[in-house]
Design a protein around this ligand. Structure first.
Ligand code: ASP
Length: 350
């Protein structure tokens, strides 16, 4: 479906709930006391209020549900296929997912679901749904409401992959897990919230993504895992760096650098980078800072750029690594991957 989709206003919203696992549906193991994923009926039985919405909600569950630490590109493909195969039958999709890798999944799906014009809202919780003070019930209900939200002409308000958590809706490929503890666990450090949740859901129309007109919905399932992170720190040995840069099977590296994209300026470091790039490795520069991005204000950043390192601009690390998997997955050459990194494909960079 490439044209604008509108929901007939005389029928109730149809929402597909996809349960992958995560804390939201976990229960305490009676022996060890550790939290482990539990089945979907346990989760849904704890949210009787969902019925009050009066929507037509169907569900699909991972069997068995997983802790999101076990999420991987094969599961992303499964999720993308689930959505693609049912794309015309639902007004919106809600993905229940653990928080640990939620930002990676959101970023990956944003690239995979090219031309998406319906909401894919990802949520989870910090406390299991069965606990008295759970944040899961509210997150789930709000996510479903957002997945059903339309403007006055019946067009979905959200036409992208987004993360709903506590008080905010964030663009999926701009979000990062910021806290292992707070209910407001996610944030976009370089982008405005898509909506603020209060008494009402206050959408921010200027922030909401719209795919370019005429781009058909064409999911891409191939991801190339020949990628890795390299995190700089003072004291990183050149021998270690060279070892990392020559890792077998690696086509691309997302390098987490200092401040505005800075790295050591000594010849050994720069020569190692330059020769890796000359040998066809794509190296993308993202900052270790939680806020801001890469610019060449300093010689230390400039030298990296002259050695052939590509700027990841204000991308999150999660978006950069999944974008790299996606671009190499399309069979692109290193030059084409570098070129595409400079373009906002799904609103992931400013
Ligand atoms: N370990 C859990 C997971 O990511 C944490 C959570 O859901 O909050 O699946």
């Amino acid at each position: 479906m490439s044209a604008a989709y509108t929901r007939p206003q005389d029928r109730v919203p149809r929402i597909l709930l996809i349960y992958t696992g995560g804390t939201i549906g976990m229960i305490e193991d009676s022996v060890s006391g550790a939290l482990r994923p539990f089945d979907f009926s346990h989760l849904i039985d704890n949210v009787p209020k969902l019925e009050k919405l009066g929507y037509d909600i169907e569900n699909i569950s991972f069997e068995p549900p997983i802790d999101s630490s076990d999420m991987n590109p094969t599961r992303w493909k499964e999720i993308a296929q689930l959505i693609a195969e049912r794309y015309n039958g639902y007004d919106g999709f809600v993905l229940l997912h653990g928080t640990d890798t939620m930002a990676y999944t959101a970023s990956a799906l944003s690239f995979m679901l090219e031309g998406l014009r319906k909401p894919v809202i990802i949520t989870g919780s910090q406390l299991p749904i069965g606990e008295v003070r759970t944040d899961g019930e509210e997150n789930l209900i709000t996510a479903v409401q957002i997945a059903a939200a339309t403007d006055t002409s019946g067009m979905p308000l959200v036409q992208e992959v987004a993360i709903l958590f506590e008080d905010y809706l964030w663009r999926g490929n701009r979000a990062t897990k910021m806290s292992a503890d707070n209910f407001n666990a996610f944030k976009s450090n370089n982008f405005s919230p898509l909506a603020k949740i209060g008494l009402d859901i206050h959408f921010n129309p200027d922030a909401l993504y719209r795919p370019a007109p005429g781009v058909p919905f064409s999911p891409r399932y191939n991801l190339d895992t020949g990628v890795m992170f390299v995190d700089l720190f003072p004291g990183l040995r050149i021998s270690t760096l060279n070892h990392l840069l020559s890792t077998p099977g690696i086509k691309g590296i997302v390098m987490r650098t200092y401040g505005a994209g800075n790295a050591p300026t000594n010849d050994d470091f720069i020569d190692a980078i330059r020769s890796a790039v000359d040998n066809g490795l794509v190296i993308v520069n993202v900052t270790q800072c939680v806020n801001g991005g890469v610019n060449t204000r300093y010689e230390a950043g400039d030298k990296l750029a002259s050695a052939g390192v590509t700027s990841g601009r204000d991308s999150t690390a999660e978006a950069a690594i999944t974008k790299m998997m996606y671009l190499f997955g399309q069979g692109l050459s290193p030059e084409a991957v570098r070129y595409q990194f400079d373009l906002p494909l799904r609103g992931e960079i400013s």
